[in-house]
Design a protein around this ligand. Structure first.
Ligand code: C2E
Ligand code: MG
Ligand code: MG
Ligand code: MG
Length: 280
């Protein structure tokens, strides 16, 4: 009886593995054509200055509008794109699109302080020999001033090739581009390593923000990071801010910028434009 049951769940498990493999293969095949077919969209999530709740800029986040499966999350397709190398053309497109959009807003809303745009870079992009040329081309084609472009890099994207990563980041910074260390707190970097990175901003991972108001350990962690960052001359962005109480605590700690569902989810460009017009 028990054996039959165990055998049954094994078959079920095998079936699930099979389905997952098929799904993954389909995703990979579709992804190969998605860039050429123009199936990607850049969504934009506001980044807010905590001191005065002013809109400071947006993070551009990739969305895939699949012809039959609907809108697919980057959590699903970015890892596949990264493994297959398709992240390089996809990332290039995101850079071009984010720069184009940010430049359009700069021209359309010339009266207000300019908005920055942040673009995520993956490990493959960082290691790619044409990255600097691609970025220079995206800036030139759009006319966006380099100081309005921010690039978000994770510690894991630099792992295994820190020397080269530091060199590339240094070149980007010489171009006037600002650099953020994304998902900070989830990686392994030592403090001395952090000191060597040519970055401007630490972006504290959402996992430390979620329970900030309830968990003293998380609060102390963020507090320590804020002190450290300011000692190193870095700004802080906290991501995953969903509640007003979290924003209040972060503002009191001296955190400069905040991002999260409290202000807005990532939205399509025309909705982001409404946020610029109406305010947050
Ligand atoms: P990330 O760069 O850390 O982006 C922040 C993610 O947190 C976004 O998820 C955003 O929607 C989500 N988020 C923002 N505020 C909140 C909040 O208050 N609560 C919660 N629960 N979540 C919040 P998204 O858009 O699904 O992107 C996931 C990840 O996919 C990104 O994490 C980034 O690592 C990657 N990604 C997205 N677009 C790109 C891209 O163009 N290139 C690369 N290389 N990676 C990308
Ligand atoms: Mg990011
Ligand atoms: Mg992040
Ligand atoms: Mg994150």
């Amino acid at each position: 009886q028990a054996k039959a049951h165990g055998g049954g769940s094994y078959v079920l498990f095998e079936q699930q593995l099979h389905d997952q493999a098929v799904h993954r293969l389909e995703l990979e095949l579709d992804l190969r054509h998605a860039v050429e077919r123009g199936e990607f969209e850049a969504y934009f999530q506001p980044i807010v200055a905590l001191a005065d709740r002013r809109l400071a800029g947006f993070e551009a986040l990739a969305r895939w509008r699949h012809p039959s499966k609907g809108l697919i999350s980057p959590v699903e397709f970015i890892p596949v794109a990264e493994e297959t190398g398709l992240i390089v053309p996809l990332g290039r497109w995101m850079l071009q699109e984010a720069c184009r959009q940010a430049r359009a807003w700069q021209q359309r809303f010339a009266g207000r302080p300019p908005l920055s745009v942040s673009v995520n870079l993956s490990a493959r992009q960082l290691a790619h020999p044409e990255l600097l040329d691609d970025i220079a081309a995206a800036l030139a084609a759009s006319g966006l001033p380099p100081t309005l472009l921010k690039l978000e890099i994770t510690e894991s994207a630099m792992m295994g090739n820190e020397g080269r990563a530091i060199e590339v980041l240094g070149r980007l910074r010489e171009m006037g581009i600002r650099l953020l260390l994304d998902d900070f707190g989830t990686g392994y970097s030592s403090l001395s390593y952090l000191h060597r990175l040519p970055i401007d901003t630490l972006k504290v991972d959402r996992s430390f923000v979620t329970n900030l108001h309830a968990n003293p350990t998380d609060r102390h962690f963020v507090e320590t990071i804020v002190h450290l960052a300011h000692q190193l001359g870095l700004d802080i962005v906290c991501e995953g801010v969903e509640q007003a109480v979290q924003a209040e605590i972060l503002a009191a700690m001296g955190v400069e910028f905040s991002q999260g569902f409290l202000y807005s989810r990532p939205v399509a460009a025309h909705e982001a434009e409404m946020l610029i017009i109406t305010g947050l």
